[in-house]
Write a new protein. Structure first.
Length: 95
């Protein structure tokens, strides 16, 4: 979606910030999203620095946060779809 609206360099942390700014998620959910996005970035770009013990601890301690985020995003998407006239990508991702 982001390359189509000229935002191909958008990072996961930016998505959390923009979603919070547009009232799609609360500051608490945005903070969780940013932390999870940061760990995702470490796994993707610095996987050799993540030990199996750290990965296990994160999964064990934060799997509920990931489930909570997924449930929240599902509810937000359903609400936008039910509104009948959801905002366009251009409205959500201003330049």
């Amino acid at each position: 979606m982001t390359p189509r609206v000229g935002r191909g360099g958008l990072e996961y942390r930016d998505v959390a910030r923009l979603a919070r700014e547009h009232g799609l998620i609360s500051p608490q959910i945005a903070d969780q999203f940013v932390r999870i996005a940061g760990f995702r970035n470490r796994l993707t770009h610095h996987c050799d620095a993540v030990t199996p013990e750290e990965l296990f601890a994160v999964i064990q301690q934060h799997l509920g946060d990931i489930d909570e985020l997924a449930d929240h995003f599902e509810a937000v998407a359903a609400g936008l779809a039910a509104a009948g006239d959801p905002p366009s990508a251009e409205q959500l991702l201003p330049e």
